[in-house]
Design a protein. Structure first.
Length: 163
């Protein structure tokens, strides 16, 4: 395994990876536009190729995970990337790490719940609005569920205690 922080020289390859997995280089979250390849991230490579990617944005609110992808289903790579992101958020002094997913992603929601995340908000109709900016967002998602709403999930970060 070769895990690294996303560097400037990785950005073009990361942009292509994101476009391949998300049908666009643009990510929408709570009505805001992000270009994840221009943000911070963690990259996992095998044989030089990206097999896992987590991108994030840090501001006064905390660390927001923008994308998480693993091409090795069931290998624990997504969990490992998230655990590293949680540790990074703690080191950066973030009080929480959060993400937004869509109402159809029940498997994804349960994945984050197993890591300790809680659903903290459902933003009704926000995906319908986001589709005006990013038309690649499908109307129908996993298991034939219509996609309309965002689900916000958060994990509180406990700061390191000074010894």
């Amino acid at each position: 395994m070769a895990r690294t922080e996303l560097r400037d020289e990785d950005r073009a390859e990361v942009a292509e990876f994101i476009e391949r997995h998300w049908q666009s280089r643009l990510s929408m979250s709570r009505g805001r536009k992000f270009y994840p390849h221009q943000e911070s991230g963690l990259i996992e490579r095998r044989g030089g190729a990206i097999v896992g990617l987590l991108t994030y944005h840090i501001d006064e609110e905390g660390m927001e995970v923008l994308t998480l992808n693993s091409t090795l289903e069931g290998a624990g790579l997504g969990s490992s990337l998230m655990l590293d992101a949680i540790e990074k958020a703690r080191k950066e002094g973030c009080r929480k790490i959060f993400l937004v997913t869509t109402n159809d992603r029940l498997r994804v929601i349960s994945f984050y719940q197993r890591l300790g995340f809680r659903m903290t908000a459902i933003n009704l109709g926000v995906v319908d609005e986001a589709r005006k900016v990013k038309p690649q967002i499908p109307l129908i998602g996993e298991r034939g569920v219509p996609i309309h709403d965002e689900v916000v999930m958060e994990l509180a970060i406990e700061p390191y205690l000074e010894a």
